[in-house]
Design a protein around this ligand. Structure first.
Ligand code: ADP
Ligand code: 5GP
Length: 191
């Protein structure tokens, strides 16, 4: 059986990665979305083991020390990382796996999985990004400021990625992601 493909989706917080992924997974249930571990507190409606594994800093540090994470990074005061075992198992079984991670982690994946397809999602502009974070209504003023500050540096790194897609019109952005993933992966049907 052919090994699955690793796909990295990166972009500033609030750009619409989660929204796009939800739609992509509805259309392609054969894709597996990795569930990250984080030390951040759950937002209203977020479920442990579904949106993230919400862990203490001590547990996260033990995961790092034990080599349990494929990559990890600090973001806006919290740790985030990709549990290794589930990803490696799905890839081995021929399933394609999506990692929704920030830039520092994406760079680590580029080192360890050079064949991973790396897609960067851009906002139409920074004002629209801020509006989307605010409209989402789930982050404190401090968290919003930290995310916007980090967004500028992340957008500067967009050229490091294989592909840049602007999430202006949601349907158009979704189609572009779908085309890129299908082109890179003969196991996945487009349409
Ligand atoms: P991320 O996962 O990148 O942090 P979300 O998926 O939570 O971003 O999206 C942030 C907000 O932006 C949500 O309220 C979402 O409904 C909205 N959004 C996503 N894509 C678009 C789009 N193309 N146009 C307008 N609003 C969008
Ligand atoms: P949020 O707190 O908005 O859910 O996520 C903050 C940032 O962390 C986002 O850019 C998201 O892509 C990133 N992120 C989520 N999980 C991981 C992970 O496992 N590793 C890394 N490096 N970043 C992650």
């Amino acid at each position: 059986m052919q090994a699955g493909r690793l796909i990295v989706l990166t972009g500033p917080s609030g750009v619409g990665k989660g929204t796009l992924l939800q739609l992509l997974l509805q259309r392609h249930p054969e894709l597996y979305l990795s569930i990250s571990a984080t030390t951040r507190s759950p937002r209203p409606g977020e479920v442990d083991g579904q949106h993230y594994y919400f862990v203490s800093r001590a547990r996260f540090e033990a995961m790092v020390a034990g080599g349990e994470l494929l990559e990890w990074a600090e973001y806006a005061g919290n740790y985030y990382g990709t549990p290794r075992a589930a990803v490696e198992e799905k890839i081995r079984l021929g399933q394609s796996v999506i990692l929704e991670i920030e830039v520092v982690g994406a760079r680590q994946i580029h080192q360890t999985f050079p064949s991973a397809l790396r897609i960067f999602i851009l906002p139409p502009n920074l004002a629209e990004l801020e509006q989307r974070i605010r409209d989402r209504g789930q982050d404190s003023e401090e968290a919003i400021a930290r995310r916007l500050d980090r967004a500028k540096a992340e957008i500067d790194a967009a050229d490091e990625f294989d592909l840049q897609i602007v999430n202006d019109n949601l349907k158009d952005a979704l189609k572009k992601i779908e085309v890129a993933i299908c082109a890179a992966n003969p196991n996945i049907q487009f349409g």
